[in-house]
Design a protein around this ligand. Structure first.
Ligand code: HEC
Length: 144
């Protein structure tokens, strides 16, 4: 009888401890998506690195990109007018041009120079581009 009582107390105590500890880990009123603390978080960091590691990996990936790949990223802002593959649209076709042509044209627009009738459209676009951006874009277009 004494053993039975001890066992019953043990079970009830176990239930109480489990209830308190799990409920305090959850954010009340929300689905339990934020329970990754302690060992769970340690496992996540071991598999993916912490936030600083993740940012560093992203920066290293960008640094390892070739000029043409970087130019492709920069070209996203040109696609609306020059087409997704630089095949032309509002602006002239750029694919098929070599890097020297692109660099020369962009530098002219950057200096608010006139090349064609619609050069003003390119002044605002080329103005903020750095020398490096222009070189990367030239490399990308030449690679098409
Ligand atoms: C708002 C539309 C628009 C956007 C955005 C735009 N362009 Fe242009 N682009 C034009 C037009 C229009 C011309 C023709 C300008 C002229 O008459 O001189 C042009 C001309 C050019 C030329 C000269 C082409 C040639 O055959 O002479 C180059 C190079 C060029 N753009 C590159 C770019 C790059 C790189 C970007 C993105 C960073 C870009 N453009 C974004 C409209 C645009």
């Amino acid at each position: 009888m004494k053993n039975l009582l001890a066992a019953a107390i043990f079970v009830v105590a176990g239930i109480i401890v489990t209830t308190i500890s799990t409920s305090s880990l959850e954010i009340q009123g929300h689905p339990s998506v934020n329970k990754c603390v302690g060992e769970c978080y340690a496992n996540y960091v071991a598999a993916n690195g912490n936030i600083v590691d993740q940012e560093r990996a992203k920066a290293e990936a960008a640094a390892a990109m070739s000029p043409a790949e970087l130019g492709k990223t920069a070209f996203v802002s040109c696609q609306a007018c020059h087409g997704a593959s630089a095949e032309g649209g509002v602006g002239p076709q750029l694919s098929g041009r070599d890097s020297a042509f692109i660099v020369e044209a962009l530098n002219t627009y950057k200096a608010s120079g006139t090349r064609g009738a619609q050069s003003a459209l390119m002044w605002g676009v080329a103005g903020p581009l750095s020398e490096t951006d222009i070189a990367h874009i030239g490399a990308y277009i030449e690679s098409l």
